[in-house]
Design a binder for this molecule. Sequence first.
Ligand SMILES: Nc1ncnc2c1ncn2[C@@H]1O[C@H](COP(=O)(O)OP(=O)(O)OP(=O)(O)O)[C@@H](O)[C@H]1O
Ligand SMILES: [Mg+2]
Length: 488
Amino acid sequence: MTAWYAGLLAGSLLLSGAFIYLGLENYLQRNLRTNLQEQAVSVADEVLEHANTETQSKIPSLLKQRFASQLNGRFIRLLAADGTVIYISAIPADGSFDPATVPISQNRSKQPYSDDEHLPDYRRVLIAGVPIVTAQGKPLFVEVGALYKPIEGVLQGLLLNIALLMPLMIVVAVVGGYLVMRSALRPVDEITMLAERISSRNLGERLPVIKTGDELERLSTSLNRMIARLESAFQHINRFSADVSHELRTPLTILRGELEAAGRGRRLDADLLEIIGSALEEIERLVRISDQLLAISRLDAGEARIDRAVVDLGELAVSTAEQMQLLAEEKPIEMRYRISKLVRVEGDPSRLKQVVVNLLDNAVKYTAPGGWVQVTVEAEGSNAILDIADNGVGIPTEALPHIFERFYRADKARSRDSGGTGLGLSIVHAICTAHGGKITVFSAEGQGTRFHVELPLFYDDSAFNKTEKRHLKLAGNIIERRQPSITG
Ligand SMILES: Nc1ncnc2c1ncn2[C@@H]1O[C@H](COP(=O)(O)OP(=O)(O)OP(=O)(O)O)[C@@H](O)[C@H]1O
Ligand SMILES: [Mg+2]
């Protein structure tokens, strides 16, 4: 906008500059011509007056006597009908030109006339002429002329002023315009920044409404209304999936019970038993999925009850990993640990354990035999970090933004073989968010994956004894605040 503004300003300044220049030139020329004409008329009156009474030969000396003192930068010329010069004034007082070198006007006519001629050195001369007829019936032409140069001088001065002033005005206007524009758009910037921060996780937040009564206020109110509509749509979706999974549980439980009874009750042949067995397995899977969906929906909607206890994240990670050791040994995959002591968070132990289980399960599942999985727990600033890295298959870049979505699996074929439903990471994400933390993923296809969980560090000064405090210092853990809140 500033560029447009500068362009328009430069254009209109140029246009008005041209108008002023041409207008002034026109005015000065007209003025000079009228002036010359008036002087020519008064010279003609003088000539007529004396041509009647005196002899013609006296006229030159008379004109010289009468007008010489008025001729500054001008000349007077008296021409006979055939163009012969009867009288021509001497070089004017300022010595600017020699009147004798002014060519004879070609435009002489029976009416007062004006003419432009050029001196041998190309300087322009404006001439005004008046035709007269003496009492003896002799036609004569009285001419008064002046150099065009003074007008040129004024115009050049104007041009110089325009050339100097215009860039200055443009610079001042552009800088001023830019500053005004920036301050006018600052609220838009603020709204943009805040709008960027609003995601499906914090749809309850609203943008500040700037009471300006103009487009900005309308923009922020209508954005807020849009966020409110989004919020209700999201709540609707959440409620819907929570209701669906809840409603599915009862029929599934009944189905499972009936199938189990059918399998137990009568003597059935082996084929039928096998079918019942696999149907039961599928039902188990359905129950698991609907339980997981219900859990995610409740966590997302903030309805889930989260038990609060102080959990040592390092101990939790190690004990969980040890329980899953067998899974890794089967493949085999090497488990590595880097666990800092006393990294504590406040939260629901069983749900936090679920985070470790799901992430470790993925790491082992998506890493080829012979690979490694590394579990790191440490404190960083006011955060507890749980970092689970592997050197497995990795996640394609285009899949990365989606992996926390429900039912999303990067490689459908591969995941179906391994029995995944694509809900594991959605649960992890929902649990982290519900605990005021966030999860980030780094991955390169074919090289490995790293899930980085940040949770607010629990810090209770009274709970630390001296040794623990020293230990904290040694570990380089700088704890700044009690219970900081980070939204992810
Ligand atoms: N450590 C990892 N290495 C490579 N790919 C991964 C890793 N973790 C997750 N993924 C990819 O992200 C997808 C989603 O993971 P998620 O845990 O949600 O589902 P899943 O493991 O397929 O099934 P579920 O965990 O529900 O049994 C996976 O299908 C897989 O493609
Ligand atoms: Mg998984």
